[in-house]
Design a protein around this ligand. Structure first.
Ligand code: ATP
Ligand code: MN
Length: 465
C-alpha cells in the first residue's frame, strides 16, 4: 500500500479510505479496550490520532511503546468527534519500526528551549521546532521565487576566499599546514606560500565582491549561501556561521535597493502568512512563548505599509532627543548599537525603518562616498524585536575614490585587483544588500534567540552536532 503523508490526510480531510502512514509517536495512552496513539511524520503542524483496538495481534507490544518510537500503521480513516481534529484512524495493523527507551529526552513534560538546544539532534521532533524549520524552508523557497520572478540570476559565490570582503578582519583561516609544526619563513612567521593555496585564505564573510562581478555583466544576481564570521559576539543575534541572501544590481542606486529590500521583506511576510499559518499560530500561542499576542497582526500591518526611511543624522537626532537612557552614547559618528536600533524600530516608529547615509568610518570600504565627504550611501533595515536584518549600500564605482579609501583604511590592495578592475572596465552605478536569513526568520517567527532558528548553531566555544 502506498504511504500517505499526514499533511495530506489532514488538509484534504480524507475519510473512508484504508491507508498507510509512517511516523514517530508523540503520545500514547492506554485504556482497557483501546490505546490512543498520536503520530506525527514531520509534514505538518497537526498530528493524527490513531485508535488501536486491543484485539490487534501485537497489541501488548504496541500498547507499551514509548514516546518517540517509529511505527508504520495501516488503518481506516474515519470522521472524528474529537476536539480540534476532523479525521482519525482506526488501526488495522501496526508495524513497529524503531523503539525508544526511558532515556529518550523528549518526554511529555514541557521542555525548555535551552534544553532542546542541547538536544539539537532531536529538537525537530517537537511541535515548536517542526514549525520553525518548516517556516525556514518556506522562506528559502519564497526567496528563490521572489528573485527569480524578477529576473535575478542565482549565483553561488565561493566559500573559500583570499580577500576580506568586509575589511573587518573577522575571518576563519582555512589551512592544511601542520598546526603543530607549520612551515616558517626567514622572519620566523608562518609561511603561507607553502600552504594548500599558496597563500593565506579564509572562509567568506560575504559573497558581495564576487556578486558585484556578476552583476557587472549579467545585470542582477543574488547569492544565497553560508557566511562565516569569527566575531566574538555571544549574543542572541549573532552566529559564527549563518546564511545570507545578497542581491546585487547594476545600474541601480541606494533608493532602488532600499525599495527592493522592503519589497523582499514584505514578500517574505506575505508568503509566511499565507503558507505557514498553522506554524505561526502554533508559535505565538505555544506554552511559555514570550511572543506578543498581536505578532501576526503586526506582520500583516508591516506587509501592507511602506517602510519608514530616515538618514543616520536624523536617527541620531531622534535618539538624542528621546527620554530613553542608553548604555552607549548617541553622538554623531558612532555606530548605532542594537539598543538604538531597537528603540528606533520598536518604540519610536513601531515599524521597520531604513536608516541611510551613515558616517564613512562606521562602514565598509566599498560604499559609495557622498558629496559631503563624511557619509556613505549605506542603508540598514531595522525591525522591531531583532534590530538590523539587512545591511546594504550603493557601491563606490569610481576607481580613484575606491583606491584612495582602501589606502586610507590601510588595506593591502594586492588581492583585490580583480575587484578594483571592475571600476576600470565599463564601470556602472550598482548597489546591493545582505539579508541575514536567520535574522529574518527570527523576525517572522517571533523567536528571540538566533540559535533556535538555524538547524545546528555555531558560536564561540560551541560547535556540536
Ligand atoms: P551586526 O551589526 O548586527 O553585527 P553587521 O553590520 O555586521 O551586523 P553586515 O555586515 O551588514 O552586518 O551583514 C549583513 C546582514 O547579515 C546583517 O544585516 C545581519 O542580518 C546579518 N548578520 C551579520 N552578522 C551576523 C551574524 N554574526 N550572525 C547572524 N547574522 C548576521
Ligand atoms: Mn556584525
Amino acid at each position: 500500500m502506498e504511504r500517505l503523508l499526514i499533511k495530506k490526510i489532514l488538509k484534504e480531510e480524507i475519510v473512508d479510505q484504508t491507508v498507510l502512514i509512517k511516523g514517530w509517536i508523540r503520545s500514547i495512552r492506554k485504556s482497557k479496550k483501546f490505546s490512543f496513539v498520536v503520530l506525527n511524520d514531520g509534514t505538518s503542524q497537526g498530528s493524527l490520532q490513531i485508535v488501536v483496538d486491543a484485539e490487534l495481534e501485537n497489541y501488548e507490544e504496541v500498547s507499551t511503546l514509548l514516546i518517540g518510537s517509529s511505527v508504520a500503521i495501516t488503518g481506516l480513516l474515519v470522521p472524528s468527534g474529537g476536539k480540534g481534529q476532523k479525521v482519525e484512524m482506526q488501526a488495522k495493523s501496526v508495524e513497529i519500526i524503531g523503539k525508544t527507551d526511558e532515556s529518550y529526552p523528549l518526554q511529555k513534560k514541557a521542555t525548555s528551549l535551552e534544553f532542546l538546544r542541547e538536544n539539537a539532534h532531536l529538537r525537530m521532533r517537537t511541535n515548536a521546532f517542526g514549525a520553525i524549520f518548516r517556516v525556514r524552508h518556506e522562506l528559502a523557497m519564497a526567496t528563490h521565487k521572489f528573485f527569480s520572478d524578477k529576473g535575478f540570476y542565482y549565483l553561488n559565490s565561493p566559500i573559500i576566499s583570499a580577500v576580506d570582503g568586509e575589511g573587518a578582519g573577522e575571518m576563519f583561516r582555512v589551512s592544511t599546514l601542520d598546526s603543530k609544526n607549520p612551515a616558517l619563513n626567514d622572519k620566523g612567521e608562518v609561511d603561507f606560500t607553502q600552504d594548500y593555496f599558496g597563500k593565506e585564505v579564509s572562509l567568506c564573510v560575504t559573497g558581495q565582491l564576487e556578486g558585484e562581478c556578476f552583476a557587472s555583466g549579467m545585470g542582477a544576481i543574488y547569492t544565497f549561501g553560508p557566511t562565516f564570521r569569527a566575531e566574538n559576539s555571544n549574543t542572541p543575534r549573532h552566529l559564527s556561521e549563518f546564511w545570507m541572501i545578497e542581491p546585487e544590481v547594476a545600474f541601480a542606486d541606494l533608493d532602488d535597493i532600499a525599495d527592493l529590500a522592503s519589497e523582499y521583506v514584505q514578500y517574505l511576510i506575505a508568503h509566511a502568512l499565507e503558507h505557514c499559518k498553522d506554524e505561526l499560530d502554533f508559535l505565538v500561542t505555544r506554552h511559555g512563548a514570550d511572543i506578543d499576542a498581536t505578532h501576526l497582526d503586526m506582520l500583516a500591518h508591516v506587509r501592507d505599509t511602506k517602510f519608514v526611511k530616515i538618514t543616520y543624522t536624523e536617527a541620531i537626532e531622534i535618539l538624542s532627543n528621546s527620554k530613553q537612557k542608553f548604555e552607549f552614547p548617541t553622538v554623531w559618528g558612532k555606530e548605532l548599537q542594537t539598543e538604538h536600533e531597537r528603540f528606533l524600530s520598536e518604540k519610536h516608529f513601531k515599524a521597520p525603518v531604513i536608516v541611510t547615509d551613515y558616517p564613512a568610518d562606521c562602514k565598509a570600504f566599498y560604499m559609495k562616498q557622498n558629496e559631503d565627504g563624511k557619509t556613505v550611501r549605506a542603508m540598514d533595515v531595522l525591525v522591531p524585536g531583532v534590530g538590523e536584518i539587512i545591511g546594504g549600500s550603493q557601491r563606490e564605482e569610481d576607481y580613484d575614490k575606491l583606491i584612495a579609501k582602501m589606502d586610507a583604511d590601510g588595506m593591502e590592495k594586492e588581492g583585490y585587483w580583480w575587484y578594483t578592475d571592475l571600476r576600470k572596465y565599463g564601470s556602472v552605478p550598482h548597489a546591493g544588500f545582505g539579508l541575514g536569513f536567520e535574522r529574518a526568520i527570527m523576525y517572522i517567527t517571533g523567536m528571540s534567540n538566533i540559535r533556535d532558528v538555524i538547524p545546528f548553531p555555531r558560536n564561540p566555544k560551541s560547535c556540536d552536532f
